[in-house]
Design a protein around this ligand. Structure first.
Ligand code: OGA
Ligand code: NI
Length: 372
């Protein structure tokens, strides 16, 4: 009998490996218990479906003893003191252009609300698997969906993270539809984040030299989606990531993180820690704001390291209408365009942007696909 050629043998092995991986992904997904379920079952090794390529791991691009620090902006008194307001507009402009990331302090949301929100998310993820199961879904049009890795079947390596996805605006869910262990605080926290989001859209509009209401009048503040993340303690944190390198596909994200740390932003080709600051919120620009600002503001890539001290809890508040099919078109803002500064992107709907972004195997910016 004729032996297989090496090529054929390799091809067969690849097919077998792929089939094996899909079976493992399915088994994990069907457990409906997420990464937390694996940890509770006592695993001591990271399963192969979570193992990242070496070049993506924490060791690959060392952060070194960089002197870079993510800017911290103090929002106190901006409504009362016009000169302070102008300073903050300048700080927002500079941070949005160079980093795409900053932290805000004295932002008006009481620390007790932030802490209770983190506790509520922790309570949800630490429910018995049987109690969380009824929320498990990959159907994001439902408005509430608990799952692990929204793109589980598309990426090369799954992340060490579980998520509770909730659409809070334009149509807020009723308390009874949300998990009982956190419904009150989710509704309260979202209301406060929406108010802060509107202030941030105003500051951003001014930072672009536009009228204060410009971005809000474009309906940028219509939609709010909360991703309540849980990054369980990992037995081999050097083999996987909590979140792979990605850009957010929204206008911007307000992120509440606990004290554990692990979030990093890629700045001048170095991974810089976005260190937890008590009472602060992280703000980062997403692809849609980069698009409408015609590249004046940058959507920065970021990731989350896996840790062995966790669990780590965070809440990423995405400003966009991800799941409602609004026909509204977004393109570079006319006032920012001139003969010398022609539009860099074609117009698109939020739905189109998000579906083209999510259809790929990675979560880096999809803006290239919309370049003129
Ligand atoms: C995200 C994200 C960071 C974090 O959800 O897009 O980047 O710290 N989260 O959880
Ligand atoms: Ni993100």
């Amino acid at each position: 009998m004729e032996a297989f050629s090496t090529d054929e043998a390799n091809e067969n092995k690849q097919k077998y490996d792929l089939h094996d991986r899909v079976c493992k992904l399915k088994a994990f997904d069907e457990s409906k218990a997420g990464v937390k379920g694996l940890v509770d079952a006592g695993i001591t090794k990271v399963p192969s479906i979570f193992v990242e390529r070496p070049e993506n791991l924490r060791s690959a691009l060392a952060s070194g003893d960089s002197c870079f620090r993510v800017p911290i902006i103090d929002l106190e008194d901006i409504a009362k003191d016009p000169s302070r307001h102008q300073e903050v507009v300048n700080e927002v402009r500079s941070a949005s252009k160079t980093w795409g990331f900053f932290q805000v302090v004295k932002h008006g949301i009481p620390t007790a609300v932030l802490e209770e929100m983190l506790d509520g998310v922790r309570r949800f993820h630490e429910l018995d698997a049987g109690e969380k199961r009824c929320f498990y879904s990959r159907d994001f049009t439902r408005g509430i969906a608990y799952h692990s890795n929204f793109n589980l079947y598309r990426t090369e390596a799954a992340n060490w993270r579980d998520t509770l996805f909730c659409i809070m605006a334009p149509n807020a869910p009723v308390a009874e539809d949300l998990p009982a262990v956190c419904h009150d605080i989710m509704l309260e926290f979202s209301k406060q984040v929406m108010n802060l989001g509107i202030t941030l859209f105003e500051l951003r509009s001014e930072a672009l030299g536009l009228k204060q209401n410009h971005l809000k009048d474009m309906d940028c503040a219509e939609g709010l989606v909360l991703l309540s993340q849980y990054y369980p303690k990992c037995p081999q944190p050097e083999l996987t990531l909590g979140a792979s390198k990605h850009a957010d596909s929204d206008f911007f994200t307000v992120l509440l993180q606990d004290h554990v740390g692990g979030l990093q932003v890629l700045h001048q080709n170095q991974w810089i820690d976005v260190s937890p600051v008590p009472g602060a919120l992280v703000v980062n620009i997403g692809d849609l704001l980069q698009l409408v600002s015609n590249d004046i503001f940058k959507s920065a890539e970021h990731r989350v390291l896996a840790n062995n001290v966790g669990p780590r809890v965070s809440v990423a508040c995405f400003f966009y209408t991800a799941a409602s099919p609004s026909p509204r078109l977004y393109g570079p803002i006319k006032e920012l365009i001139s003969e010398g500064d022609p539009p860099k992107y074609r117009e698109t709907t939020i739905m189109e942007y998000v579906s083209r972004y999510s259809a790929r195997g990675d979560e880096t910016s999809a803006l290239q696909m919309f370049k003129l």
